[in-house]
Design a protein around this ligand. Structure first.
Ligand SMILES: *[C@@H]1O[C@H](CO)[C@@H](O)[C@H](O)[C@H]1NC(C)=O
Ligand SMILES: *[C@@H]1O[C@H](CO)[C@@H](O)[C@H](O)[C@H]1NC(C)=O
Ligand SMILES: *[C@@H]1O[C@H](CO)[C@@H](O)[C@H](O)[C@H]1NC(C)=O
Ligand SMILES: *[C@@H]1O[C@H](CO)[C@@H](O)[C@H](O)[C@H]1NC(C)=O
Length: 440
């Protein structure tokens, strides 16, 4: 199959709004949401979740990708009598924008059948795009009141695609066999769960910095959000900024004229210790080809900046660190500014290094996404910490990609009905984090 970065395909089928058969809205008690755990692999620096699917409750570990449109996983060892593939040209196939018919020459099983609806699945780690069998089955999910994980519910007819050996290849981590998309689409994990339960179209992430001391969270359907041991409901701490739409698709498959379904925000400025970093501000908006702007990514381990922003930022950062009497040491690739950690003080949020503020539009006023301590530094070896931001080169498609390290240990909420991103200050300031154990 084609693996080009921007394969434009024609829309064969008319667009039909996709919706699941209405489920009993009373099924879930009020003020209850759906919860999935998040683990981080310390080697690959990727975040993944776990879900159960099918009549045999197969447990699947799959990477979390905010920019991916759907859910896919390796079906080679998946057996389920309730699994249903979609046939070519069926209603289900049209709704899922099925584009080709796929067949298979081996023993029939989920992921291997003839005359089957093929939908696109994409492995972003090696830019591999292919059509895979569209399947559906019952997903088993857990409810939450925001404090504890409560009881299991069935999500019937969950749509996903069955991946083959080729697309699995290059997926980081031996522990993960698929990918969970959370982009602004009808087939993302969050959208399918929200519509099944009639929940608000919002989801929130709490990305852990490590899985050693507990797990992080995906909430689908809204708060409250409790982060033990803190007694606070973090939904009251959310700082809000609009999500903006990039009018040009940034995905591997673009439908003519369709906007990007990734999550962009409108950065106004970057400040170091309160001082503005000066760079060409036209990089912060989209040009006519959708190049530029700022997006949020869970698969980029570190924030990546356009080379011209990166250069200025590193220069200014080193200056600010110097004022704090931090000793600069030889850089360790891919990082451009490293310091002797013994020359930085210790604070609740990690090493006492200069803060970086990402300045964003709020509700009539500007707001700041404040990055400090452990959101900025990574320990690369004994006594050496580096600024955990990397150079994205001179011609990146997106000027600023806010990556995992900078998003950890705060709650981040994506409200798709209002198109607003909410984020809390670092949870470390409240003596808690995104690594916790919830009661079952
Ligand atoms: C698909 O059709 C071919 C040719 O008729 C056949 O050899 C193959 O076994 C079929 N595959 C499945 C999974 O039934
Ligand atoms: C993380 O990924 C590495 C590299 O693929 C793998 O060897 C390791 O088992 C994974 N860690 C966990 C905790 O599964
Ligand atoms: C700023 O960047 C834009 C887009 O990359 C470019 O067209 C423009 O010439 C740049 N302006 C300056 C002053 O460098
Ligand atoms: C967090 O813990 C520190 C030290 O134990 C304490 O001084 C501080 O007041 C606590 N902060 C909050 C918000 O509970």
């Amino acid at each position: 199959m084609a693996s080009s970065q921007s394969l434009t395909i024609l829309l064969f089928f008319s667009l039909v709004t996709f919706s699941f058969a209405a489920l009993d809205p009373n099924k879930l008690p009020k003020n209850t949401a759906i919860h999935f755990p998040i683990r981080k692999n310390d080697t690959t620096l990727q975040y993944y979740t776990t879900f159960q699917i099918g009549e045999s409750r197969t447990i699947i570990d799959a990477l979390i990708d905010l920019g991916a449109e759907s859910v896919w996983f390796d079906c080679r060892s998946y057996i389920s009598s309730t699994y249903k593939r979609a046939s070519c040209g069926s209603n289900r196939c049209q709704k899922a924008k099925g584009s080709v018919c796929v067949g298979c020459n081996s023993t029939p099983r989920p992921g291997c059948s003839n005359n089957t609806c093929g939908v696109f699945a994409y492995n972003p780690f090696r830019e591999y795009l292919t059509a895979q069998e569209l399947g559906e089955d019952t997903m088993i999910v857990s409810s939450t009141d925001g404090r504890s994980v409560l009881i299991d519910y069935d999500v019937p007819k969950f749509q996903f695609s069955c991946a083959d050996a080729e697309i699995i290849e290059g997926l980081p981590g031996d522990d993960t066999i698929g990918l969970v998309g959370l982009a602004r689409t009808q087939f993302s994990l969050a959208s399918q769960i929200s519509s099944s339960f009639n929940l608000a179209p919002k989801f929130a992430l709490c990305l852990p910095s490590s899985s050693e001391n507990g797990l992080g969270d995906i909430y689908v359907g809204g708060g409250p959000y409790y982060m033990p041991p803190s007694p606070q409901d973090q939904s009251y701490s959310l700082i809000r900024t609009p999500l903006v739409v990039n009018p040009v698709s940034t995905g591997p498959v673009s439908f003519e004229g369709a906007p990007s379904d990734e999550y962009f925000i409108s950065v106004q400025d970057i400040e170091i210790s309160g001082k503005r970093v000066s760079f060409n501000s036209s990089l912060l908006s989209f040009d006519k080809n959708g190049v530029g702007g700022t997006k949020i990514s869970t698969i980029a381990p570190y924030t990546t900046l356009h080379a011209s922003i990166y250069k200025r930022l590193v220069k200014d950062y080193v200056k600010a660190a110097n004022l704090k009497k931090m000793k600069r040491v030889t850089s360790v690739a891919p990082f451009g500014a490293c310091f002797d950690s013994r020359t930085a003080s210790k604070t609740t949020t990690g090493p006492g290094v200069p803060d970086i503020d990402i300045v964003l539009p709020g509700n009539a006023v500007l707001v700041k996404l404040k990055l400090s301590g452990s959101n900025l530094m990574v320990e690369v070896k004994k006594n050496v910490i580096c600024l955990a931001i990397i150079d994205g080169g001179a011609e990146p498609r997106t000027s600023i990609v806010l990556g995992g390290h900078q998003l950890e240990n705060r709650l981040i909420e994506f409200d798709l009905s209002t198109s607003i991103l909410g984020f809390t200050p670092s949870l470390l300031l409240s003596n808690t984090s995104c690594s916790h154990y919830r009661l079952f």
